[in-house]
Design a protein around this ligand. Structure first.
Ligand code: BEZ
Ligand code: FE
Length: 294
């Protein structure tokens, strides 16, 4: 029997409408809205590409592999969301509308909530390899008011592009938190971050390969800043001149987050420290939006 393809769109439409109607009685209006939209777009996508049964099967296999590789250390579904730009789109859609606030970017999988406190001016590298890098600035509001006592969490990869949690020896390095001082000032020693690949030995890596995309992220330092009365800021700073700024695997780069790491010859740093050999300095203000419009 031959299939009459001219009949498919009408039948497809009927399936979509039946599924949409099945969600009509959802009591929670937001859930109803989300499910209606999801079904509409998912069905439109399948119809648009004329999804074959083989392709549907491959997609299920892909998601199954993502599930199998996911554990408490590896989250392949977030990685998938990241490389599809869904994570970054969600960040942008929820960005506070306060002009002048530091922009947000993706959170990533390498934050650890048990990092140690370091004193203002302390060293968050704590043994991570790399050229010393002194990072300083002020935590302030969009009106310029100092924010004292903000909690500034920092985490970064070492010069080989690895976070501490990616080493099998249980080390803790390249992360810590500190409190901003009386003028909102913050400062710490770290190492100059390096570009690194996102985990690409699983299905998401295969997807990047099959689509001729790379896994690299440009060098960056992560921040999470919290202070009462202000919206939590989750962001990075990126290094100017990095070769991957235009091709971040997770689309996290924003122009305002790109900073210069100024190379300094050996000699005393602003805090009187004497790092051996050259070091770098970065100045960046962390500007928090008020939490009014959350
Ligand atoms: C990160 O910057 O740590 C990161 C973000 C998204 C995916 C993988 C890593
Ligand atoms: Fe990162």
């Amino acid at each position: 029997m031959t299939t009459d393809h001219t009949r498919v769109p009408g039948r497809a439409q009927a399936v979509t409408e039946e599924v949409l109607a099945s969600f009509d009685a959802t009591p929670d209006p937001r859930l109803r809205e989300v499910m209606h939209s999801l079904v509409r777009h998912l069905h439109a996508f399948a119809t648009d590409v004329r999804l074959s049964e083989r392709e549907w099967e491959l997609a299920i296999q892909f998601l199954t592999r993502a599930g199998h590789i996911t554990d408490e250390h590896r989250q392949e579904f977030i990685l998938l969301s990241d490389v599809l730009g869904l994570s970054m789109l969600t960040v942008v859609l929820n960005e506070p509308a306060e002009p002048g606030a530091t922009e947000s970017t993706v959170f990533g999988p390498f934050f650890v909530d048990t990092a140690p406190e370091v004193p203002l001016g302390g060293d968050i590298a704590r043994g991570a390899s790399g050229a010393p890098c002194y990072v300083s600035g002020r935590v302030r509001s969009v009106t310029g008011a100092s924010i004292e006592g903000a909690r500034v969490e920092v985490w970064e990869a070492d010069e080989d592009g690895f976070y501490d949690v990616q080493y099998p020896d249980g080390r803790s390095a390249g992360r810590g938190w500190l409190r901003s001082g009386a003028d909102g000032e913050y400062r710490f020693w770290s190492v100059l971050p390096a570009p690194y690949p996102i985990p690409h030995d699983g299905p998401v890596g295969d997807l990047l390969n099959a689509t001729a995309r790379g896994p690299m992220r440009p060098a960056h330092l992560h921040f999470m800043v919290t202070a009462p009365g202000f919206r939590t800021l989750i962001t990075h700073i990126f290094l100017a001149g990095d070769p991957y700024l235009g091709s971040d695997a997770v689309f996290g780069v924003k122009e305002n987050l790109v900073v210069n790491a100024v190379h300094q010859e050996a000699g005393p740093a602003p805090d009187g420290a004497h790092p051996q050999g050259g070091w770098h300095s970065i100045t960046f203000d962390l500007v928090l939006a008020s939490d009014r419009d959350r």
